[in-house]
Design a protein around this ligand. Sequence first.
Ligand SMILES: Cc1ncc(COP(=O)(O)O)c(C=O)c1O
Length: 185
Amino acid sequence: MRARTPSRVYGAVNVPIHQNATYLQEEVGKPKVWDYARGGNPTRAAFEAALAALEGGERCFAFASGMAAETTLLLTLRPGDHVLLADDVYGGTYRLLSKVLGPWGLAFDTCDLTDPTSVRDAVRAETRFVWVETPSNPTLKIVDIAAGVLGRACGRGEGGGRQHVSRRPPRNVRSRSAPTWSCTA
Ligand SMILES: Cc1ncc(COP(=O)(O)O)c(C=O)c1O
């Protein structure tokens, strides 16, 4: 993992927690790095860099809660796009889709993500995410991401396109999981 340099101010070897909201700007619109803690701050940047290094990823985006991360990811989609969820998906995820993003225009279906036939039948041309949480909450079902079952089921595995176990999901069909699994058309 990338070595950390001690803090320049006091030499602390652990990253200090910066309890701060607004950052001084040399002039309006020209922050040194950050302007406001919600948009970015040194504590979160250090955490994201450490996690990206541990996971061998290029970037990491940290959120204050799982639902915040989910909402952000799902809002990269557009009305008319389709998301495929597990039939035992976490209740908060299901409610986000059914009560908020569904009425906004996002289509979704559930299926048994451990069953390739079920996935194949549920994937549509508009499917942008296959949303994988494994082990699932609450029933601890396992989707074997690395085995490539999902990619083949989407018709994008062997001979049908590309499937990735990736930390940098491409634009088309994507999933939320650890590690991030994604599958492109
Ligand atoms: C699978 C899964 N997704 C999302 C969440 C939501 O995370 P948070 O409570 O941090 O918003 C949980 C919480 O238990 C979860 O188990």
